[in-house]
Structure formats: C-alpha cells, structure tokens
Ligand binder design. Sequence first.
Ligand code: LLP
Length: 417
Amino acid sequence: MDHFHYLDRVLQAEEVPVPEIAAAVGTPFYLYSTATLRRHFTAFDQAFAGLDHLTCFAVKSCSNIAVLRLFAQLGGGADIVSGGELYRALTAGVDPARIVYSGVGKTKPEIRYALESGILMFNLESEQELVAVQECAAELKLTARVSFRVNPDVDPQTHAYISTGLAKNKFGIAIAEAGRVYRAARDLANIEIVGVSCHIGSQLTQVSPFIDTVAKLKDFLARLAGDGIEIKYLDIGGGLGIRYHQEEPPLPAEYGAAIREALGDLACTLILEPGRVIVGNAGILVTKVLFTKSGQKKFIVVDAGMNDLARPSLYDAHHGIIPVVKGEAGTEVADVVGPICETGDFLARGQEVPVAVPGELLAVQSAGAYGFTMSSNYNSRPRVAEVLVNGREFHLIRRRETYEDLIRGEAIPDFLK
Ligand code: LLP
C-alpha cells in the first residue's frame, strides 16, 4: 500500500497535491512519501519480529541521506557496496555497528575506510579479497569482522541482469569451495569470522528460491560447525520483488514466515538486505509532456529520459504511467519517450497511457528503487530534484543540478589555453 491517491482528480502525495510540488520545484523530479517508506520498512522489519535480526537497507536502491536517516531512526542498518555508500550512510546517521559491506570489487582505500569506521562486517566474495582485507587490517592494527558470500547456485527466476545466485554469475564463492576459504580465513591474524552471507538476485516474485537457498545455507553452517567454525550472523541478502505490473510477489509477512520456517531453530542473528521492497512503491517520477507525435506510432515526448530513469531501457522494465490531473480523455497505447538521442530512450513502449497534451504532468509509478540512484548526466542533462513529502509538508531533499554542477571538476589544460 502506498500514499499516492487522487482527490478530486488530482494526484496527491500524502496530503500534498502533486501539481503544487511541480510548480515549486519544476520538472522532472522524484517524489517520495515518508508515510509509505515508514510503512514499508516497518512491515518488512515486523515480518521478522521475535527473531533476532537486523534489517540493513540496501543503500544502492535509494541513497538520499534523508531516506537513509528515516530508516536509521526506525532502527535499520545499511547494506553498502562502496566507499561512497558508506559515506552516505554515516552522514545520514546510520550506526556503523549496523553496516554490512557487500560487493565483488572493494578497493583498499574503501576497505580501510570501512575498517576505520568500525562497520559490523565485510561480506567477502573471493580469497584475494580476503587477503586485501587482512593486509589493510594489519596495517591499521585492527580486526576485520568478515563473512563470505556463498553462491548457492539457485535460480532466482528473475531478469538475467539481476540474477546473482547462479554458478555462472560473478558473485560469491561456490558453496562447495567455501569451506576451504573459511578454514584459510581462520588462520589470519586480523580476521574474525562472524558470518555467512548470500544474495541470490533482485525482484524475486516467489519464495521458493529463497527457501532453497536457506536450506543450502543451513547445510553449509552445519559443515562449518563440524570444522569448529561458529557463526554469529546469517545474512540472506535482499531481493524480494514488488508489483510493477502484473507480478504477484509474496508479501513481506509471507516471505518472513517462510524464512522463519526454513531457518528452524538456527541460533544466529539474521541479517536482511532489502532495498526495492521498501522504497520501490514509495516513489514516483513526475515528468511533463513536451510534445506529442502521431505517425505510424503515437509518441509522447516528456522531459524525463533514460538518464533519469534507466530501468525501462536497461531491463525492459514496466512502470505504470498515470496522469497527475485526470482529464476526460482516457487512455491510449503509446510510447512515452524522453529527449535523449537514442531510440532506446523510453519510459514506456506500446503501453496503455493517459491521452496527454503538451504541458500536462505524468507520474511514472514504482520509481523509488533504482530510479534516482541509477540516473546519470548523459546528454549533459542535470540530474533532477528529489522531494520528500511528509503529511502536509514537502521538502527538497536534493536540489536539481545546475549547468555549473555539470562541469564541476573539469578543466581545460594549459596547452589548450
Ligand atoms: N544485497 C545485495 C548484495 C545486492 O546486490 C542487492 C541488490 C540487494 C541487497 C538489494 O536487493 P533488492 O532487495 O533491492 O532486490 N538495478 C536493478 C536492481 C539491481 C539489484 C542489485 N543488487 C533494477 O533496477 O532492477
């Protein structure tokens, strides 16, 4: 459930009419609802109530520091994948003791930064990475708490680009190899083994791949225990899907119940890394119609493009498009396209969308996850504003970039002067 609804044909975000925000900040902009973010975080977290657990929000899905602050206030931790995400999480006030660091390619400066910040644990993905972490920790005279991300070879049945738990994917260490790596880590002076982690993919619409994974993880934990290696944290990653179109993903409560049952009486702290399920349907992208073109096909040209929302172009993802002010004209099948000079620049293709005229506002739904965070300056387009609604108020949580922002850091060398 989200807090975007119509009142007298005008789309409201909580209690604020969306046209009011558009008039104040211009278009395009991302718009998030605090009530929805809070509700989704709480619903997810509550699904594990009574179980020793920590919900580490996947920063990559929506990384604005205001959003991160909200989750920190709700008791959440963070799942980060870069030094930049660590910086965001710390700036937002996330407790470092609630931060887990995932990803296949951590650099030494990033590793040092995380060690000095005192994060909860590194989720390591290779033996070479283990060596790098040991070296950094020795240099700094610190101990690194680590888990290894194991690859269970389970098919998450999702888009190939966001499937991560198959043997052919670049992620993790094959579960059959992992025992040896744990034994190697045990002998390193500045490494403390604390966990086992896993993340099999994103936008999963069934619980069974999660359950198969938990079963494999439990077997693996038993084997580790046989080697005398006891684990404090079991991190099962994120990945629970949302409804964009016709998907019917399990509710967080159903997901939670299934995981609990699969875990049985396992005596570990469970770590979860949800992203999309919390923020996806808590955000929309508001864009203005610039022109329409009718030929062989109907095109609605809007002021947001693939640089602002990459998901349709990159994954052929479906995002619903609704009017900000409902007219009488109904809907039609059209392509909603942006101003970028690429045929792949579309927000919707052959989709039922509102009949729109220039100047009208449209809302692209389910844009809260992997929307702004994947946006770029391609075609030298300033990145758009982000706005957070809270009841009757709205707040600019990131101002629209300027042309000066676009060239900040660039220089013309002397030989060209
Ligand atoms: N943990 C790890 C280690 C991850 O790699 C990810 C996402 C998550 C947690 C959060 O997954 P979620 O709960 O959001 O599914 N850009 C793509 C999604 C990429 C997901 C990458 N990893 C998209 O727009 O669909």
